[in-house]
Design a protein around this ligand. Structure first.
Ligand SMILES: [Zn+2]
Length: 389
């Protein structure tokens, strides 16, 4: 796959197209969807050592939300991509509760996603949603599907049925509840029906069939993990389409996919005032925290406990980096708290105007301020980076 990127780099050198525009150009189109990020109200906490490696001292806990996405097609069809977690999380199967205890994960949830939608007048029980898409099977993405009527289908990635069904209680050690899929259409993606479709290095599959929303096959973190790619502004004679890339848990933190060969660490970074950092930070000092002293590779990689298949996880991230660097793609991973700090519009607003709002550029490097309490950074360069956290 590296050779594909080298080829792309070569091609792009002689072209004005950005990487993702190059790989997506065969799919140019005018059909779009509206995409809203729903703040699922989940407040999660996980020890970083269970999520990423190697450790960076001072960055010990991942405190994060869990996003759900509402996708609205012009025809009125509406799927949801992920549901966050459920407020009665103690009803998860014993095996899930055991993992939460084993890894000291913290969960607080005020409302289920169906309740948030109902608060805005959407008739969930009346069948407002044709489908729920699980990026993958883990507790912080699957919500409570039983709150949706049987007319709402459940869409899962390859390998889910064989690996995770039957659910609990039919199988005592299952990770999902039987009640989440029983009595409704359970559709497992195969990525075989449209096998010629490759987008940005990923096997891809249409959802609506018109180029407005795609599934991307992104295993690595978990069996059956899928990402979503939504076209939110059409190609015109003046502009290429813009897209929202729903990254799920392909990464859990910005430091797992940034910086990259396409997006090197900037020379100077200004953080939001909310982070309590009073001065601009110079990229050269942050490089000192880097595992490889590199400005073009990510700070972290997935920890052993967060990865199902290392090679596939690396490939999924490598592909995602090309999208992340494209000026027409906004990458939103499920647990990116920095997007709230940047001021991202959430449901009932849409993300469609992200490019006009300059979200991708404004939010891209905020995660670096997670490292500002690193003793190494503070000890070495106290006058150059002042933290008040
Ligand atoms: Zn997650």
């Amino acid at each position: 796959m590296l050779s594909i990127f080298l080829l792309l780099t070569t091609l792009l050198t002689a072209s004005t197209l950005t990487v993702a525009q190059y790989v997506l150009r065969i799919n140019c189109g005018r059909n779009c969807v509206n995409v809203s990020v729903i703040d699922s109200t989940a407040k999660l906490a996980a020890p970083m050592k269970h999520m990423v490696q190697p450790p960076i001292k001072g960055h010990d806990t991942l405190e994060c939300p869990s996003f759900s996405f509402l996708i609205q097609h012009p025809t009125g069809r509406r799927p949801l991509f992920d549901l966050g977690t459920r407020k009665d999380w103690r009803k998860f199967p014993p095996s899930v509760r055991g993992l939460l205890e084993q890894y000291s994960f913290g969960i607080e949830v005020d409302k289920n996603v169906n309740e948030i939608l109902e608060d805005h007048g959407i008739d969930v029980a009346g069948g407002a949603f044709e489908a729920i898409i699980w990026s993958h099977w883990r507790y912080d993405h699957i919500g409570d599907v039983s709150a949706f009527p049987s007319s709402t289908a459940l869409v899962v990635g390859p390998g889910f049925v064989e690996t995770f069904t039957p659910g609990y209680p039919s199988r005592a050690d299952a990770f999902v509840l039987e009640s989440d899929y029983e009595g409704r259409h359970l559709h497992e993606l195969s990525f075989d029906s449209d096998s010629q479709l490759i987008i940005g290095g990923y096997r891809a599959e249409h959802y609506f069939g018109d180029g407005s929303f795609y599934f991307l096959d992104t295993p690595g973190h978990a069996i059956g993990h899928v990402c979503g790619l939504a076209r939110v502004a059409p190609d015109t004679t003046e502009e290429n389409s813009t897209f929202v890339f729903m990254g799920g848990d392909a990464c859990h933190h910005g430091g797992e996919f940034r910086p990259s060969q396409y997006l090197p660490l900037p020379k100077a970074i200004s953080f939001p005032k909310s982070r309590g950092i009073s001065t601009t930070c110079l990229g050269e000092f942050l490089v000192e925290l880097h595992r490889r002293d590199s400005a073009v590779t990510p700070f972290y990689e997935m920890a052993e406990s967060a990865v199902h298949d290392r090679a596939e996880a690396r490939q999924a991230i490598s592909n995602m980096q090309a999208f992340d660097a494209d000026s027409n793609v906004s990458v939103v991973i499920s647990h990116d708290a920095t997007l709230f700090e940047m001021g991202m519009n959430v449901f009932p607003d849409t993300l469609n105007a992200w490019k006009q709002e300059d979200y991708a550029r404004r939010g891209r490097w905020i995660f670096l301020s997670d490292f500002c309490s690193s003793p190494r950074l503070l000890a070495g360069k106290p006058r150059r980076l002042t933290c008040h956290m």
